[in-house]
Design a protein around this ligand. Structure first.
Ligand code: BV8
Length: 257
């Protein structure tokens, strides 16, 4: 349980910040019921490692397997809601001139909670695009307008016939144009960075706190029930679940003189 004194200390150090960047990972959605990326997959999917499925090679090797995995994750998302941690991050916009959420998550829960400036580094699992981006990057496709034999896996692109795929960034794929560049500039210019719910193992997202550390004088806070790869370079480690820690932090910020 994070002490009240650490929460108060974080609030004191954040109070005068003007440019706040929040980097989130799968942990911030855990209390919404969304398994983290490194949680063991369940049921039929337990036999797979997400890192082996979230790749272009896996999709091209077995399009139906990968398509069905994303379909199962999208179906789960249809029943989940933002948790108090997402709402607390959205509330920060009332307390600071600039708050940008840079997320590795593909679940859309920050936007659903009301955050207005969200950079989705790894895309959005509820969107789909042509594998070849035949009409431009990205060529978004609304699969609800398509009629295809779902037993066969992904539908063909209505424009060019290539596979339709989830609009997410797979391993060994480039991040969306401009997203990483903006996130790096924001990290360098930030005067405070809060890192929430990430193991800090996936690049280039995990490098963002280092940009803030090396290129600026940002105050870095890490929120995670476990010590992650980012904690050692942070000024303050608030050890606990984000759904409990973040609302306490916002409450302290509202109450701080
Ligand atoms: C790229 C979308 C250039 C898909 C995802 C060797 C060394 C270093 C890097 C590499 C390397 N070899 C290859 C690379 C690059 C590779 C990479 O980083 N690999 C790593 C794994 C070794 N990266 C890439 O390929 C990236 N692209 O580099 O492009 C390039 C181009 C061409 C050729 C080469 C390079 C693209 C990476 C994007 C991958 N896509 N997601 C999908 O979701 O299906 S990443 C995936 O992992 C998710 O987005 C997830 O968010 C993300 C990171 O994981 P975390 O969010 O941290 O989640 P995790 O489960 O790990 O941790 C959860 C944390 O939450 C834990 O710490 C836990 O303690 C905490 N927690 C639990 N409960 C709570 C909590 N926290 C708070 N509250 C709680 N209640």
């Amino acid at each position: 349980m994070v002490s009240d004194s650490d929460i108060a200390r974080a609030a004191r150090r954040l109070r005068d910040a003007e440019r706040l960047v929040v980097l989130t990972g799968a942990g911030v959605s855990k209390e919404s019921g969304v398994p983290t990326f490194r949680d063991a997959l369940e049921g039929y999917w337990a036999q797979f490692d997400p890192q082996d499925l979230a790749t272009p090679d896996a999709f091209l090797r077995n399009p139906k397997l990968v398509w069905d995995w994303y379909e199962s994750r999208r179906n789960l998302l249809a029943s989940v809601r933002p948790n108090p941690g997402h709402y607390a991050l959205a509330d920060l916009e009332d307390l600071f001139p600039q708050v940008v959420i840079v997320t590795q998550n593909v679940d859309g829960l920050h936007r659903a909670a009301g955050s207005s400036d969200v950079i989705e580094l790894h895309g959005d699992i509820t969107q789909h695009r042509c594998y070849d981006n035949c009409q431009g990057n990205p060529t978004l496709i609304d699969i609800h307008e398509l009629d295809w034999n779902r037993e066969k896996g992904p539908p063909p692109c209505p424009h060019c016939g290539a596979f339709v795929r989830p609009n997410v960034v797979w391993f060994n794929e480039m991040l969306p144009p401009g997203a990483l560049e903006r996130a790096v500039e924001l990290a360098k210019a930030a005067d405070a960075v809060i890192v929430v719910g990430t193991s800090g193992m996936v690049q280039p997202a995990a490098s963002l706190p280092y940009y803030a550390r090396w290129h600026g004088d940002a105050y870095l806070i890490d929120v995670n029930p476990e010590r992650d790869e980012i904690a050692p370079i942070c000024d303050l480690f608030l050890q606990g679940p984000s759904g409990e820690v973040l609302p306490r932090l916002v409450q302290a910020l509202r109450g701080s003189p």
